[in-house]
Ligand binder design. Structure first.
Ligand code: FAD
Length: 403
């Protein structure tokens, strides 16, 4: 069979499997919408999770022995496209927290056989949720100045310190944490990456409310917490190499601004016509808005095409590299501008917080706009991505502010 015939056959099999296994009641829903608003569909969601996990399609490119399906990226893309076509979604990356998108891919590269055997299946099935303890009150963009200490006690480390903005810490079973293992060494050289269970007496979490209403992250305290040596990811004092790779995976997972088609989202141009009105020829009546809307739609298209080009140049393999910083910033810009436009289009209906005067979509748009602010902060801020682009892609000097 030649490659395109093989791909066609795979698409047809994927379509058949999805038609037979995706619970129709979940059509056009997203995991987040279901979890927040529709507990009645929880049983269907669990059926869907377990079927997907059984097929290895929660993390389709991972090796089958670790709970994946051993597929190539082109096939994974086919699955995603076929899911989108029938209004289906993959809940496993959300259920696994930082597992499938960040810790797992990094573990596949840096982990021991024992770590892979113990941890990856739980991530790929969505049954074990992971959080990431990187940021501290005095170590955000300047992550290398982190102070959380891990003391060597022979077969384990004793961890003391505070992390902040730890997404999902209060609902996670495991944490991947960056800790200082050698305070005598220069900043980046004395750091290690350890994995530790959250369900132990030495770990405490405190949720931090967000302006958008939800509370997705916590302050996390380690007071004599235990991390086994067998769970040191990468070499001792070489956590900086591990984390650089993990952050590239994080940015890679934050690059899909223009591609969300779930929850029957109405195209922005239709929304604008509905709220603002049209001229006699059917075009949007506000010409200035029309121009800015067009700019955003073009930026979204350019972003999508850039991803497609990078993927094509990498021959279908998703190559994690410094280019993820470019895509993260462009995805952020497109999504934030879109949220601003949506609010403007809805006018007074776009700024309500609750009450019967507002449609569900209108209330959602305010929260989307507020939460969208976080995108230029998490995973490394907008400005820090520009620093990475200027240094690692453009080859500019470390700083332009000397003297
Ligand atoms: C929704 C959300 C979820 C998060 N989840 C997690 C998580 O799960 N785990 C975790 O560990 N962290 C998490 N974070 C934290 C996130 O990684 C940090 O907020 C981020 O790295 C920025 O650090 P900071 O907040 O300390 O800002 P700072 O580093 O204090 O930066 C403040 C401002 O100064 C600018 N700045 C700083 N340094 C430079 C520089 N060298 N050049 C130019 N400008 C600079 C920044 O761009 C920013 O605008 C999350 C954050 C958010 C918003």
């Amino acid at each position: 069979m030649n490659a395109s015939v093989e791909q066609q056959a795979f698409r047809s099999d994927a379509r058949d499997w999805l038609a037979a296994n995706f619970p129709p009641a979940l059509k056009d829903k997203s995991y987040r919408a279901l979890a927040d608003k529709d507990p009645a569909l929880a049983a269907d969601l669990e059926v869907w999770r377990s079927r997907l996990a059984g097929k290895g399609w929660g993390a389709p490119t991972w090796p089958a022995e670790y709970g994946g399906a051993g597929l190539g990226h082109p096939q994974a893309k086919v699955i995603q496209e076929e899911m989108e076509a029938i209004g289906a979604f993959n809940p496993i990356p959300t259920l696994a927290g930082m597992g499938v998108t960040m810790v797992g891919p990094t573990m596949l590269e840096y982990g021991t056989d024992d770590q892979k055997a113990r941890h990856l299946r739980g991530m790929a099935s969505g049954e074990v949720r992971w959080c990431l303890g990187l940021s501290e009150p005095n170590a955000g963009s300047d992550l290398a100045s982190l102070g959380t200490k891990a003391e060597d006690k022979g077969d384990h480390f004793v961890v003391n310190g505070q992390k902040i903005w730890t997404s999902g810490a209060d609902i996670s079973q495991w944490c991947g944490a960056l800790v200082r293992t050698d305070p005598a060494k220069p900043k980046r050289d004395g750091i290690s990456f350890v994995l530790l269970p959250m369900d132990q007496p030495g770990v405490r979490t405190r949720p931090i409310p967000l302006i958008s209403g939800a509370s997705p992250f916590c302050e996390t305290y380690f007071d004599d917490a235990r991390a086994d040596k067998a769970d040191l990811l990468g070499e001792l004092n070489d956590g900086w190499s591990v984390i650089k790779r993990l952050l590239q995976h994080e940015r890679q997972s934050q690059t899909s601004a223009g591609r969300r088609k779930l929850d029957n989202e109405e195209p922005l141009q239709d929304l604008a016509k509905r709220y603002v009105g049209t001229d006699a020829d059917g075009t949007l009546s506000d010409k200035d808005l029309r121009a800015r809307l067009t700019d955003n739609l073009m930026a979204a298209k350019a972003h999508e095409l850039t991803i497609a080009r990078i993927t094509a140049e990498a021959r279908g393999q998703v190559k994690v590299s410094a280019a993820a910083s470019i895509l993260k910033n462009s995805a952020t810009r497109v999504a934030q501008t879109k949220a601003e436009l949506k609010m403007e289009i809805m006018g007074a209906q776009g700024v309500g917080w609750d009450g019967e005067a507002y449609e569900a979509d209108e209330l959602a748009s305010v929260r989307e706009w507020l939460f969208g602010k976080a995108a230029s902060i998490y995973g490394g801020s907008f400005e820090v991505q520009y620093n990475i682009i200027s240094k690692n892609i453009l080859g500019l000097p470390e700083t332009t502010q000397k003297g």
